[in-house]
Write a protein that binds this ligand. Sequence first.
Ligand SMILES: [Zn+2]
Length: 894
Amino acid sequence: MIPHSKILVFALCVLFGLLQITPARAAAPFSFDTAPGRLPKDVVPEDYNIAIIPNTKDLSIAGTETVKLEFRKATDTIQFNSLNEKLAEVTLDGKPVKSVASDDEAQLTTITLEKPAAAGRHTLRFTYTGVIETKPQGLFAQSFVKPGGGKDVLLSTQFEATDARRMFPCWDEPAFRATYTLTVTVPSEWKVVGNMPIKHSARHGDNTTTTFQRSPKMPSYLVEFSAGDLARISDHVGKTEVGVWTVRGQEQSGSNALANAKIILADYNEYFGLPFPLPKLDSLAVPGGYTGAMENWGAITYNDQNLLVTPASTLETKQRVFSIQAHEMAHQWNGDLVTMGWWDDIWLNESFASWRAAKETDLRHPEWKWWEGEDGSKERAMDADGQPNSHAIEQHVTNELQAASSFDSRITYNKGQAVLRMIEAYLGPDTFRDGVRAYLKAHAYGNATSADLWNGLSKASGRDVGAIVSGWTEQIGFPLVSVSASRDVGGYRTITLSQKRFLLQGTDTANPHWNIPLQIRSGASGTPQPVLLTHDGQTVRAGRWDEPLSVNADAVGFYRVLYDEPTLQLNAKAFGTLSDGDRIALLDDQWALVQSGAQELPTYLALASSMGSNLDERAWTQILGALSEIEYAERDTPGHDAFCAYACTIIKPVAKRLGWDANADETPGIQKIRRAVLSDLGNWGDEKVIAEARQRFAGFQKDRSAIRPDDQAMILGIVAQNADDSTFQELHQVAKSARDETELRRFYSALMLVRDPKLAEQAVQIALSDEIPAQAAAIRLSLISRLSNWHPSLGWSTFTDHNDILMKPLSNFAPQIMARSVPEDFWNAAPLEQIEAWLKAHVSEEMAPELARGMDAARFRVALKKVLVPAADSYVHGWSPAERAPELLRELNR
Ligand SMILES: [Zn+2]
């Protein structure tokens, strides 16, 4: 017998003995002079003084701006960004300039001087008029319904990526870091918030002028200003004042966020090794505005639904609030203190914040099993990255106007996060943290590129991290690792490994290569061994011949694994005893291999069937997702009902074990499984479940406390799917009586699940009506997308007929949603050529690569449907509920 420690020693020998790493390619450390961008680098802003008077009546801005400039050489031209602004009284060092030309098309202002100004310090000064936006780009006015009723308006900002220039003319590229002093004049009854604490304010008549303290050096996209009838709750973490701002009357709903912020800030101060550098850190709950959150330094803005927790909130809301706060607060270091040099490296901000947030959420809420849940986001990234037209994590952005489209949640956020986690696991968490600390320290108040991060990690680990990782950030796609096992003397196992790009459809003739940090576990438990796979044919000793094997232990790696038949049989036989992470990795890979045509559907269904009443949440989410995909493909085919009956038998053992009501000691994961299986049973026609849901809904109509907030979406959803006219009207009444936006979103979303076609038309009218208040306008699109689950062509016609009203609230993300998400959402609604033609006519030329990706995914769904339906039908045909699954497992194990 070889003890586990020996296996590890052997593995490390393989690692260092055979290291043949492909060298790093393009990435170079940050340099201001060579950082991409449109603006000339010879005139550099050092300090801004900006005073604005916003007028919400006529949506105008009156501004005065003084910028201290460093001329790096003598020049007669000053160029910077502006949009919808008119400059006047322009002087340099107090002297009028020769000419000023603002070009809104190019978003540039060019100032020409009478004669070249010498190298050195100069002061530019001007007044200007600008525009307050009504959507979240630049300084925007947001109307909203107040907590107690009645309409109001507030001001807030959203600048990333390129919209600071809409509030004030500036060098609006991330490499131009400068200090900012902001002065604002607003009605005296309003509160004002900026990046920094207030320095002084003076009331004059109905208005008050407030000046905030000067900020540290930072990029323009992180400047923040909000004003309105707001209120704050606050506390301290060390010297930092931590605050949560809400619309007045909602302060208590922010107390959960304040408690979270204190915990996260203390953890990050320690982890990053540099305490939060500003005197205060505020979080603002903005009603409406946008769908996400923005990491403005010292003044993070959130859509209020991502920050407030009310008595109506569910566990999912609390989880979302914590994890989004953890993400935005991680940006205070990675993004704000150290900023990517150019938008190519936006992943440095986003992947890093996503990875750090997941780590923090897992640390502070182990009961949420956060990394298991994050496996779902990794799978979404792999779905996107398994398509031929995917893109690399680092993608070239030639001008900053394309920057908004580089925020691709699946690649920039989820894949990047997964790659960082894989590297952290490979280097070890302490070494990785030391590398991050070194990187932040070296670039604090400055800019960086991927190469700078790799250098920090290399310094800490003593390895050439760039050489290992660059293939993951610079190449598109990810590998499929093939495993072939052979038996050694004494019953031990040697595996031979090789790789090729994994694709759901098509082939890649370029034959790309990755240095793959594997985690290999032999047996159902034990510490995995790290192995770097550098070349095809590499061999590794891996435990006993008769033990199960995971080459992606705990599902940490961003790659898939294809086991040879005997190893797959071993794994299937031991399926029930595998660790949760190894079981998840196997389910993920087997399903993806079915989708790609490399495995037959029954091999996957046999695994799913052998879950029995095991209660791992992520495994069930994976299985329910796969079954739902088959069920969706089966709709309108003769085999649909038989498949539903089959799918019900897979999940019924769990439903039976869990019942309808939560026990006091249940984990959140078990409660989620209960809701998910009941929801699908109702969806797939289980009469008992539908009857129970109806009965519970009847009780809920009389007493709103009869169903816990966590269970409301599930129960109302089942009722809506099976609703007749009078039930639909009852559901509508419930929606109209929502007490806050949390309830409103939940109830209106349930309404959209109605299956009856006539009622679906009523649902569309409701989704488009004023019943959805201004601050929730962004949910209209998701309501229509939900409705199209049962009514694809009605969803598509609604989307095309009412495109403006649906897309406007999504502002700068709208083009990407149109090009990328719409084909994936509506692939079943109309012929693909028709969908593509409509989208081509409605998105800009710059979105063509995104549209190609969206259409790739849509074509894949259509092709997959053609494969899944006959495969599922032939499997279900002749299948007998009690015997078929074990029999299949036996077949697989033969
Ligand atoms: Zn972010």
